[in-house]
Design a protein around this ligand. Structure first.
Ligand code: RIB
Ligand code: CA
Length: 310
């Protein structure tokens, strides 16, 4: 049976790969894209989402979300994704417009109209999902599951303690972790093991379709951050892991842990604190992804990208 998902995103280069994989995979029914502030401001993430859906030739509704986090001051990751959020890559002009309904209202209405059927996938800061959980007290019991790219049991990528999506809105992340419906966390522990190496991207070269060429174009600038920051010769495609898992969970190894989000301002602000000994009885009991068969992951990705026709 298809997995029915709402994908909450902040495109973002790796968000774009997740959206492209999602839209080429019959295992997933994408019920809508909700867009949040994050990698770049909402005005840009929203246009990127609209431009991507237009470029991919898909009739998926796009919903405008929040412009800023719940409490903390806004931050962005333009140092990673470029000022336009797509590494400077310009998508063709498009005439797509966001749906008039707000993202939070769409999430609530779609989930409440289909109790137990809709999964929420969050691959950006979790402000939209947190607001929906607060506005509709019954949402947590009606949603099938919440899956996120975010957090790190080990070191962060934005501060030593925190990964970007959680650090960009720690309070929203805490609402989601405490909702009792977060089931699976794809943090840096696994996404830093899914690097887009030249060998793994090779099938895209010469594929002769515009989506493959777009992905390769994204990698050029995206790679720069990883070379400068980590000395790696390949970038991590964080968000795409969540969609690949939805298609084939066997790609990943997970560990059941208790995880809570630190919302105390200070060196651990936005940290996802993991407890593999399950001592913290009130922290979220979730599956944390720790390993991935990266070669199979990229083989799946390339095979699905090959389905696009110019
Ligand atoms: O830390 C990686 C996450 O932050 C990814 O979702 C990326 O798109 C950025 O939003
Ligand atoms: Ca993202």
């Amino acid at each position: 049976m298809k997995k029915k998902i709402i994908l909450d995103c902040d495109p973002g280069i790796d968000d774009a790969l997740a959206i492209a994989l999602c839209c080429a995979s019959d295992e997933i029914e994408l019920r809508g894209l909700t867009v949040t502030h994050g990698n770049v401001p909402l005005s840009q993430t929203l246009d990127n989402a609209l431009g991507l859906i237009s470029f991919l030739g898909r009739d998926v509704e796009v919903y405008r979300g929040t412009t800023r986090p719940l409490i903390r001051k806004p931050i962005d990751a333009s140092n990673v994704h470029g000022n336009n959020g797509l590494g400077g890559v310009r998508l063709p002009l498009h005439s797509r417009k966001p749906n008039s309904k707000r993202a939070v209202d769409f999430i609530i209405e779609e989930v409440m109209a289909n109790p137990g059927e809709i999964s929420l996938f969050g691959i950006g800061p979790l402000t939209n999902i947190a607001l929906a959980l607060r506005m509709e007290p019954m949402l947590a019991s009606a949603v099938a599951e919440i899956v996120i790219m975010g957090g790190a049991i080990g070191e962060g990528n934005t501060t030593p303690a925190a990964e970007f999506n959680l650090y960009a809105d720690p309070h929203a992340a805490r609402v989601v972790f405490e909702s009792g419906r977060l089931t699976t966390m794809f943090g840096l522990d696994v996404t830093h093991r899914a690097l887009a190496t030249a060998e793994r991207l090779a099938p895209l070269k010469g594929m002769g379709n515009k989506v493959a060429d777009l992905v390769l174009g994204f990698m050029e600038s995206y790679q720069g951050f990883y070379a400068d920051t980590y000395g790696w010769d390949s970038p991590a495609i964080h968000d795409m892991c969540t969609i690949a898992w939805a298609i084939d969970p066997s790609l990943f190894q997970t560990k059941r842990m208790r995880v809570e989000v630190d919302t105390n301002e200070g060196p651990n602000f936005g940290r996802s604190v993991g407890d593999s000994l399950l001592r913290s009885t009130d922290a979220a009991l979730i599956d944390v992804a720790f390993d991935v068969d990266a070669d199979r992951l990229f083989a799946l990705f390339a095979a699905r990208i090959a389905r696009y026709r110019n």
